[in-house]
Design a protein around this ligand. Structure first.
Ligand code: C5P
Length: 240
């Protein structure tokens, strides 16, 4: 397929970040003066196929969000249409609200957490390539390094899972637009802990592509400290 800008990226950024404890919504927490939202959008803008972005933000954060989006566009020297919508109670509600702003030209939709500020361009490409090949739902995954066990209600071990068949799931999760709209419109499929979970419940085959350790999600203070270290190292390497 040609390099048409037929990809829309939906960014749920309306979480309050309670586990991070920074007294502001997580997407607006800074790493060396860049908000997580700005960093995430900068990575999105590096991909030529992205022609539209929809960001779900917390109530009353519109002007801050606009400033962060503007900064990302200036930094990346790019200008594409961005819609801002108010998020909901849960991530699912936020994505649902965002999908109302989809455009006819958005053939593929990637749902991508603002809380993952360093996703490499290659991961976006992996997801989009798979959609180009006809996949209806695609998720980036990485192998797990810990052994994972299932437990009982009393916190006793029920069984040890076969690590070779387990994967940790990341974002951006990619979908043919009509598939994503359909699974989010069906109340019988919820709740699911990620977007692809809804596709699974609907019986849609979900493909996997290579994710990256750099796509880690920021949830706790420890993650934030790691992110600051990672950012500093990366900046040093890039000679900035
Ligand atoms: O809380 P968690 O890290 O799982 O959230 C993942 C992403 O979903 C974050 O970018 C967060 O801002 C977003 N989110 C949202 N609306 C909510 C809850 C989370 O957009 N109500």
């Amino acid at each position: 397929m040609s390099a048409t800008t037929n990809v829309c990226v939906v960014i749920p950024a309306a979480g309050m970040g309670e586990r991070l404890g920074e007294n502001k919504p997580k997407a607006f927490v800074n790493i060396n003066n860049y908000s997580l939202l700005t960093l995430a959008i900068k990575q999105v803008l590096k991909n030529k196929r992205v022609g539209h972005i929809i960001v779900a933000i917390p109530k009353d954060f519109e002007s801050e969000a606009l400033a962060e989006i503007d900064r990302a566009m200036r930094d990346e020297n790019k200008k594409i249409p961005v819609d801002i919508v108010e998020g909901g109670e849960t991530r699912t509600d936020s994505v649902k609200n965002a999908l109302l702003a989809l455009d006819q030209l958005d053939e593929f939709v990637l749902v991508h957490d603002a809380a993952r500020p360093f996703v490499p361009t290659s991961v976006f490409e992996n997801v989009i390539n798979e959609l180009d090949k006809g996949a209806k739902a695609v998720i980036p995954v990485i192998s797990v390094s810990d052994t994972i066990k299932e437990i009982t209600e009393n916190n006793k071990i029920k069984k040890t899972l076969d690590r070779s068949t387990l994967r940790a799931v990341q974002t951006p999760q990619g979908f043919a637009r009509e598939v994503l709209s359909e699974i989010y419109s069906r109340s019988d499929l919820q709740p699911a802990t990620d977007d692809a979970g809804l596709a699974e419940l609907a019986g849609i085959e979900v493909s996997t592509v290579e994710g990256s350790v750099e796509s880690f999600k920021i949830t706790t203070q420890f993650d934030l400290e790691n992110a600051i270290n990672f950012f500093n190292k990366k900046e040093g390497k890039d000679g900035k």
